[in-house]
Design a protein around this ligand. Structure first.
Ligand code: SAM
Length: 223
């Protein structure tokens, strides 16, 4: 049976790739990439010459059919996203589900590695024995409801946020849960990696006073 590997790649620091991920990316017949140019950086660094093909959220049905054909021919494929673990707030979950629905088409095999949600939680010092991952918060519909849920939740809540919305999100946290402890994990594994923990108002004040820290990638944790 063909193999379909779901391969985690670095979220910033290019050293964060497992030996198994490198071996897998070298051995498969084709790598499906969210963005082939982005993945080329890591392939070049590790001298991986495997052919690539794009597979992203907007990929047409014909692309899925092509992937199925390759698997039927006995080819082994790997799926990667731009950073971190594919299918985690990234494309691929639907594809994996379709492959699994076709019995005996391929074995789906995870090659675990970096994911911003786990990296952020692991060094936040906030309770991690139970947590809920919310992915990206909705921009409009359902947003207020979600903040109300965060406010009453007894579990740690984690979500991804863009630099454009981080201040707005902190303002919402001030409104709905001013006394909760918040951690923003910024630029994980990169040069300017930083964890800032405090009440939503304290974290907002910190970012407002240090505008250069409003840039980059954010993962937000609410205890
Ligand atoms: N699949 C990825 C993973 O496993 O982490 C997540 C992909 S999602 C499209 C990208 C979001 O993850 C970013 O907008 C940011 O919120 C978060 N993220 C990714 N890399 C990060 C980093 N180095 N530091 C903090 N957050 C990060």
């Amino acid at each position: 049976m063909s193999k379909f590997f779901v391969v985690a790649t670095p979220i910033g620091n290019m050293g964060d790739i497992t030996l198994r991920a490198i071996e897998t990316l070298k051995s498969v017949d084709l790598i499906l990439c969210e963005d082939t140019r982005e993945t080329k950086k890591i392939l070049d660094k590790y001298a991986i010459n495997t052919p690539t093909m794009s597979y992203h959220a907007q990929s047409k049905l014909s692309k899925v059919e092509k992937i199925f054909e390759l698997l039927e021919e006995g080819k082994n494929l790997a799926l990667v996203s731009d950073a971190g673990t594919p299918t985690i707030s990234d494309p691929g979950a639907m594809l994996v589900s379709k492959i699994l629905a076709r019995q005996d088409l391929a074995r789906v095999i995870p090659i675990p590695g970096p994911s911003a949600v786990i990296a952020a939680l692991s060094a936040s010092g906030l309770p991690t024995h139970e947590f809920t991952f919310l992915g990206f918060l909705p921009h409009k519909k359902g947003r207020e409801t979600l903040f109300k849920e965060i406010a009453v939740s007894e579990r740690t809540m984690v979500f991804y946020e863009s630099p454009h919305r981080i201040l707005k999100t902190l303002e919402s946290l001030i409104k709905f849960c001013p006394n909760k402890k918040v951690c923003i994990a910024r630029e994980l594994t990169k040069i300017y990696e930083e964890f800032k923990i405090g009440t939503p108002a304290e974290v907002l004040e910190y970012l407002t006073q240090n505008t250069e820290k409003q840039r980059g990638e954010f993962t937000v944790i609410v205890a």
